[in-house]
Every structure is written in C-alpha cells, then in structure tokens.
Design a protein around this ligand. Structure first.
Ligand code: FPP
Length: 255
C-alpha cells in the first residue's frame, strides 16, 4: 500500500455498484489542474505537481485493486518545454524522485513500468532512472503503468510514418500490406491494450496531442476536479460513468 487512511466505508458502498467484470482494461489520464490547485492554495505551481504525483500513486493503487490492467498518464508533453525553466526542471525531477522512492514497492506490487515519448531527449539522469525502472519490473506481470513523458502524439505518428517508409524502402513490407495492425507496431504504445477510457481533470475538454490514434474508440470522461484532488470517490464515479456507456464501435446497439 502506498498511502494509508483511505475511506473504507465509502469504498464498500461505491464498490457494490461497480461491475467488477466490466471495468475498463486500460485507462489513460490527462492529469490537469495542478497549477490551479496550487494557486487556489497560494502555493507555487510546483507544489501542485508534487501533490499531483501523490494523487497519481493513489489512483494507480485503486486501479490495481479494481483489476484494471493498464494505466497510462500524461506527465509531460512535447509542448510543456515552453513552461518556465524552473517548472520544467521540477517536472523532470519529480519522476526521478518518485521512481527512487517507490520503485521497490512498485516492483513488489507486480507493476510493469513503461514509458512512451521521446525518451532520448530527456536529461540523462532521468533516462537512467527510466531504464532502471523498466529493467527492474520487466519480469512482473501485473498492471502496466505507462508514463508519457516528452510525449506528443503528432510526433509519434510522424515517427511511425518514417519507420514505415524505411521498411518500404528496405523491402520489409509492401505498401499494400500496410494495415492497422502493422501501423500500430510502429507506435510507442505497441503491445499495450486498447485505451477504453480517457479521463481529463480540471474542466478542460480537449485531447492536447495525447494518444490521437489510440483514442479512436475510447470513451471520454471529463471532470471539473483538479488533478491533485482526484481521489478514490472520483475514480469510482468515473468507472460508474464508463459502465453506463454503450460502446458500439461504429456498429448498432445490441450487436
Ligand atoms: C498539468 O497541470 C499537469 C502537468 C503538465 C504535469 C503532470 C505531472 C504530474 C501529475 C506529476 C507526475 C509524476 C510522476 C511521478 C510521473 P497544469 O500544470 O497544466 O495545471 P494548470 O492547467 O492548472 O496550470
């Protein structure tokens, strides 16, 4: 357990409403609102990110308990480099802090650590910690926890296109054989299950260059809650909302 003092009564009551056989297999989170959370409390933006990190670990743990197989979070986008230097440095340092503190526990809890994005362009100490966390959890077979860092979906799609062009040039594939399955092998998310549910906090209703290909048939859930306040109750509400949707994948009801 990462954190104590969770609300056991609420958990029991809401859990009875959740269909444990129909939880989303893969949830992606856009963890938005850290800055506004801090501002409301008269704190520096970095304090919001720190609190956001805690909300992330709690959410991961709740997802594990619900039997969710994969969680992907947007920790730093290719556009976030535009933020003030101090904030960028903080956002680069925070994952290192969490990896160093929680990796033994993540390993023990059978979590598989995964990262998507342009990892080679990150500061070397962070790259090293990323490599360490992947290596140390590679034999686990529990929840796959993917952190999108220096990630941009348009970059990902361009990179995939270039890899495919190279394969064509090298006679590895013919143009007629390029299909959806093949295309997906060229994405950072290769091997991850389909994203069933996207959650964005803080009242913003946009996708912000996150998983553009992967969200094709994903259900979206938007909440006004700021990410550091996202908690067990919010997660349960989110899952219940998801379970009330009818997913048709372009087909008709009941098919
Ligand atoms: C968006 O809120 C949030 C981010 C750009 C960073 C998210 C990062 C974390 C929650 C910490 C991640 C930690 C680990 C361990 C991976 P914002 O700053 O844009 O908020 P605002 O819109 O209110 O300003």
């Amino acid at each position: 357990m990462f954190f104590k003092n969770r609300n056991k009564k609420l958990k029991r009551e809401m859990l009875t409403q959740i269909d444990r056989g129909d939880v989303p297999g893969h949830i992606a989170f856009i963890m938005d609102g850290n800055g506004r959370w801090a501002k409301k409390k008269g704190l520096p933006r970095t304090a919001g990110h720190m609190e956001g990190g805690k909300a992330l670990l709690k959410t991961l743990e709740e997802c594990m308990e619900l039997g969710i197989k994969a969680v992907t979070v947007y920790a730093f986008s290719t556009e976030n480099w535009k933020r003030p230097k101090e904030e960028v440095e903080y956002l680069m340092a925070l994952p290192r802090k969490y990896i160093n503190k929680y990796l033994p526990m993540l390993k023990e809890r059978n979590v598989v650590m995964n990262f998507i994005g342009n990892i080679e362009a990150l500061p070397e100490p962070l790259q090293n910690d990323i490599a360490k966390s992947i290596e140390e959890t590679k034999d686990n077979n529990g929840i796959v926890f993917t952190i999108a860092i220096n990630y941009g979906s348009q970059d990902e799609l361009l990179a995939a296109t270039k890899l495919i062009c190279q394969d064509v040039k090298d006679d590895i594939v013919s143009i007629t054989d390029i299909n959806q399955d093949y295309f997906e092998t060229k994405l950072f998310t290769n091997g991850l299950p389909p994203v069933d549910l996207l959650v964005r906090t803080s009242g913003e209703v946009r996708v912000s260059n996150f998983l553009l290909w992967q969200l094709a048939y994903t259900e979206f859930h938007f909440t006004d809650t700021l990410w550091p306040d996202f908690n067990q109750e919010e997660l349960y509400k989110t899952i219940l909302d998801y379970q009330n949707r009818q997913r048709r994948y372009g087909g008709l009801k009941g098919e």
